[in-house]
Design a protein. Structure first.
Length: 567
RNA sequence: CGGGACGUGGCGCAGUUUGGUAGCGCACAUGACUGGGGGUCAUGUGGUCGCCGGUUCAAAUCCGGCCGUCCCGACCA
């Protein structure tokens, strides 16, 4: 590929609309251009990166005996009504009508179409298991597209779907996909974690998200450094370790005038925040419900909203109503003799000699102990809080670390969710009609391209891993066309490389060296060969690998050297 | 959708407060010089200032409406 006849519109300035590394560098390096909100054109270099990611995806997915199909992007609304998702999906689903005023939508995912394909064409358990996938364009009318191609509305995704006669078979494919995804992300040289997560609108059975660790990720991931435990923070279980210490203090009611916050309480009574307890009041089905947490912990609203009798979505009770039910202001509530039902976080349940509100304005209790001062039912002990850095991992492997991650993949066991609503059945070995079990497996291709840059870049440009770089080597000819020696040498190297099947971007433009170097940095191809008059006097060229290697190599040795390094 | 910001040649921006005939840098074209990290000089091309309406002798600037884009939140590959 010659630079002079392709389109690589690099940018000197940082585009005004771009904030994060991947967005800035994809724009500046001439990989993408924005068309509209959440809509991007992939330019020649960008397409090469995508194609290479797709090639890796195909290789690894094909190994699982999955087979590639290609389904329509525009889909009949009828199918979506059948699965009930015409309503459930909400405005994310871009709907439209054709000239006959029939409903259609742009596909955000393909469960309906694949299930329809399956039910019309597969009738016997003997044809199972069966896994089909595609690499195709999706459209989700995101509430807020952002970060360039990391959260765009139109994007390319690998989506796979498997069909099974029993759970054992489904589980085998689910594990195979887990392995395949791990292989793909490893080949992309990414630091990633497979994490526990919520299923969202697709299905809430067993599922696993794949996250590329990066500070710009939209999710927080809690993981163990020594085991494979990892969980999306929105799901991560908070556990409490240790037994309850024996009570050593006596229950005392102390005056705490005007103290309404935990920080104020800590200061006023000079107690460690870990020994303080706060009580939040939320709306319940029959009456308000108290949620008792340690002072330094944060309520996990999703967990709380799922508790029996708690209203979802979680709603805090108004202060005036709190006084009506509890008899004091929100800064003095505590579990001891609380007049409404309450739940206690696991970390609070193991506390002894703690401090909490006295359910009376301007008073708190110190030296509080469960069962001596207030009975604690085991059913009331629940996981209510967000995990924090250093919490014990639920698998007992040690402290948790928390990092942000970019969700690039998600695998689910769907069970019969779609086969039931859409009546996808096969005959089993007894001749009875049964709903098939399904799994689905998504992997964001365009998002991966951005995620790679988020993890692999420095101040001056992307550092593409060799397997997905837009080319393997960037050949820079300096001072063309003035120096015929340089032109001849560069042309010769270009031909040699091309003959060897090496992918090369050949900068044959009549540009100043500085321009060529700057562009090469912005493009980020891992190997670079620079040919200039200065080196040619000694019959050498410059050979470079990313930022860590830069040596002079003799002209006739440079191609063999590169071939050797490429393996 | 709630909160915030922005919209002026291809890109990045100034000008808007205080209305008066649209400017800078880069890019682009031509020429000269230069030639290993976005070089210099000269000449030149390119904008109905997001759109519609209003106020005014006069609107990029003031007023109203609309559209678009970005950032923070709820949602997701």
């Amino acid at each position: 590929m010659k630079f002079s006849n392709t389109l690589i519109p690099t940018l000197r300035d940082i585009p005004a609309n771009a904030e994060i590394a991947s967005h800035i560098l994809l724009l500046r390096g001439g990989f993408i251009r924005q068309l509209g909100s959440g809509l991007y054109t992939w330019l020649p270099l960008g397409v090469r990166v995508l194609q290479k990611i797709e090639r890796i995806v195909r290789e690894e997915i094909n190994k699982t005996d999955a087979h590639e199909v290609l389904m329509p992007f525009v889909q009949p609304g009828e199918l979506w009504k059948e699965s009930d998702r015409w309503e459930v999906m909400g405005p994310d689903l871009l709907r439209m009508q054709d000239r006959h005023e029939n409903d259609y939508c742009l596909s955000p995912t393909h469960e309906e179409v694949i299930t329809d394909l399956f039910r019309k064409n597969v009738k016997s358990y003997r044809q199972l298991p069966c896994t089909l996938y595609q690499i195709a364009t999706k459209f989700r009318d995101e509430i807020r597209p952002r970060f360039g191609v990391l959260r765009s509305r139109e994007f390319i995704m690998k989506d796979g779907y498997s069909f099974h006669i029993d759970e054992k078979s489904l589980h085998a494919t689910y594990l195979a996909m887990h392995d395949a995804y791990s292989s793909i992300l490893s080949r992309l040289a990414l630091d990633f974690r497979s994490v526990e997560a919520h299923g969202g609108v697709i299905g809430d059975d067993e599922n696993r998200e794949f996250h590329v660790l990066a500070d710009t990720g939209e999710d927080a991931i809690a993981y163990s450094k020594v085991s494979s435990y990892a969980s999306n923070l929105e799901k991560a279980e908070a556990v409490a370790t240790g037994d309850v210490a024996t009570a050593s203090e006596t229950l005392t009611k102390v005056s705490t005038p005007n103290i309404r916050t935990i920080n104020g309480l800590v200061e006023c009574l000079d107690v460690p925040i870990e020994r303080t307890v706060k009580t939040l009041i939320v709306q319940g089905r029959d009456s308000p419900i108290g949620l008792v947490l340690r002072g330094d912990h944060e309520l996990h609203e999703i967990k709380a909203a799922r508790l029996p009798n708690v209203l979802s979505p979680l709603t805090f009770t108004k202060e005036s109503e709190v006084r009506h039910h509890v008899g004091c202001n929100v800064g003095s509530i505590g579990p001891v003799q609380l007049q409404i039902p309450y739940y206690v976080d696991r970390s609070v349940a193991v506390l002894s000699d703690f401090v909490c509100g006295a359910n009376e304005d301007d008073f708190h209790l110190t030296g509080v102990n469960w069962n001596r001062d207030e009975s604690l039912q085991s059913a009331a002990i629940q996981d209510l809080r967000k995990v924090v850095e250093g919490d014990p991992a639920p698998d007992g492997s040690g402290p948790l670390s928390i990092q942000r991650g970019i969700e690039v993949g998600h695998i689910f066991k769907l069970g019969t969710k779609y086969s039931h609503t859409m009546n996808a059945t096969v005959l089993d070995e007894r001749g009875e009609s049964v709903n098939v079990l399904m799994g689905c497996y998504g992997l964001g291709v365009t998002r991966l391209a951005a995620a790679v840059i988020e993890q692999k870049h420095d101040e001056i440009g992307p550092l593409w891993p060799l397997e997905i770089a837009p080319a393997q080597v960037h050949l820079v000819a300096l001072n063309v066309p003035r120096s015929s020696e340089v032109v001849n040498a560069a042309n010769h190297v270009y031909e040699q490389l091309t003959t060897q099947g090496i992918e090369v971007l050949y900068d044959d433009r009549n540009e100043r060296p500085g321009v060529k170097f700057a562009d090469a940095d912005l493009i980020g191809i891992p190997y670079r060969i620079t040919i200039g008059e200065r080196g040619l006097k000694e019959n050498t060229v410059e050979y470079q690998h990313q930022r860590e290697l830069k040596v002079d190599v003799s002209l006739d040795q440079v191609v063999p050297t590169l071939l050797q390094d490429l393996g």
